[in-house]
Ligand binder design. Structure first.
Ligand code: SF4
Length: 362
């Protein structure tokens, strides 16, 4: 952080309200969620002495800063990190948020996080039919998993005011309307949680599972511009048609950000900042905005003649709708976009593995 301060400082000045300082305490993750880009990176803590000095340095620059731990999974070596924080700065002088899996958020850990002014956590639930290990739900699936996770998240809310629960939509383990209905039941039972949805995406060679998707020719060549988990889903769903999947996604987004759900979330959240954040996120591009965007995609799957051939991999010509978005986002920079930048080979990873096999044979 000390080395990056020349960049962090002007960024903080520009941030209108929420001034968050990004920190990284570790890389990689010991868990093995197949879709995750961090699953194959060995877990590596950063130097604790450097982290300690960074936190002390920050206190000389900002009064009561908010530090966001960007570790793929914060707290794998829970006691070591909390010992470091407690040693580095007086309790309550820095607020923290962190992305942590539910398996690390036991009640004793929550008590310690609370004492150290952790204001937000972002655990991944991902699916009601897989990823039980990181949620500490083991072999439980379906409604049984919903009940256990909901109880756990409600417990977390007693110690930490803000919780975002992450889900991946369109996983191969999901089928029919049930996964979406279960998420709605989870929201009913856990009104204080803010749900964040990601569309299943394959990022190049970042996860080994992408090889399977490419082998079965399921990866669409959506330009990188849209590969942010929401702009486009670039993996053809295994158990849904595109139309059905988008219908479910729209209905779930609508339910998650309906007036009733927003109101219940407001009542179930403690603290002005957490309430304000939940409200702003729901009515901004994230909640209402995404619902609008998904509806547009769904409509075009029926009405735009360029959509079905692209989504069904009969054509690799990017529909004009997406080109227009890139043009709008890039503005004056569009003319500098190199020819061909909107195209890439979606099976490059698989092909490179084949060539490596051939080289090994030779
Ligand atoms: S627990 Fe989170 S960071 Fe770790 S592999 Fe799974 S999704 Fe990735």
């Amino acid at each position: 952080m000390r080395e990056r301060w020349q960049f962090i400082d002007p960024t903080l000045r520009k941030a209108p309200l929420l001034k968050m300082v990004p920190m990284l305490g570790s890389l990689g993750c010991p868990y093995t969620c197949a879709f995750c880009i961090d699953a194959t990176v060995p877990y590596q803590p950063m130097d604790f002495e450097v982290l300690r000095e960074d936190l002390r340095f920050l206190l000389t620059k900002v009064k009561r800063p908010l530090v966001a731990w960007h570790d793929p999974n914060f707290g794998v070596r829970f006691d070591d990190y909390l010992d470091m924080i407690e040693d580095a700065v007086p309790r309550g002088s820095i607020d923290f948020v962190a992305e942590s899996s539910l398996s690390l958020l036991s009640e004793p850990h929550l008590k310690r996080l609370n004492r150290n002014s952790f204001k937000g956590v972002l655990p991944g639930i991902e699916s009601w039919f897989s990823q039980g290990e990181k949620s500490k739900t083991g072999a439980l699936v379906g409604m049984a998993k919903v009940r256990q996770v909901s109880e756990h998240v409600n417990l977390i809310l007693q110690y930490i005011p803000y919780i975002q629960t992450n889900f991946v939509l369109g996983l191969d383990t999901d089928e029919g309307p049930e996964p979406f209905e279960l998420t709605k039941r989870f929201l009913d039972m856990t009104p204080g949680a803010f749900p964040a949805y990601s569309l299943l995406s394959a990022f190049g060679r970042a996860a080994p599972l992408n090889l399977d998707y490419q082998r079965s020719n399921r990866v669409l060549p959506f330009p990188f511009h849209f590969l942010n988990n929401n702009g486009a889903m670039n993996v053809k769903p295994a158990n849904y048609s595109w139309q059905t999947l988008y219908d479910h996604i729209i209905e779930l987004t609508r339910y998650s950000f309906s007036a009733r759900t927003i109101f219940r979330r407001l009542l179930a959240t403690q603290g002005v900042t957490a309430r304000w954040l939940n409200l702003v996120r729901a009515v901004s591009t994230e909640g209402f905005g995404r619902a609008r965007y998904y509806r547009e995609i769904r409509d075009r799957l029926d009405t735009d003649p360029q959509f079905p051939p692209y989504f069904e991999q009969e054509s690799s010509v990017l529909p004009q709708f997406y080109r227009n978005i890139v043009r709008q986002d890039l503005g004056a920079l569009m003319e500098w976009l190199p020819e061909g930048a909107l195209y890439h080979d979606p099976n490059a990873y698989l092909k490179s593995e084949h060539s490596e096999d051939l080289i090994a044979l030779v």
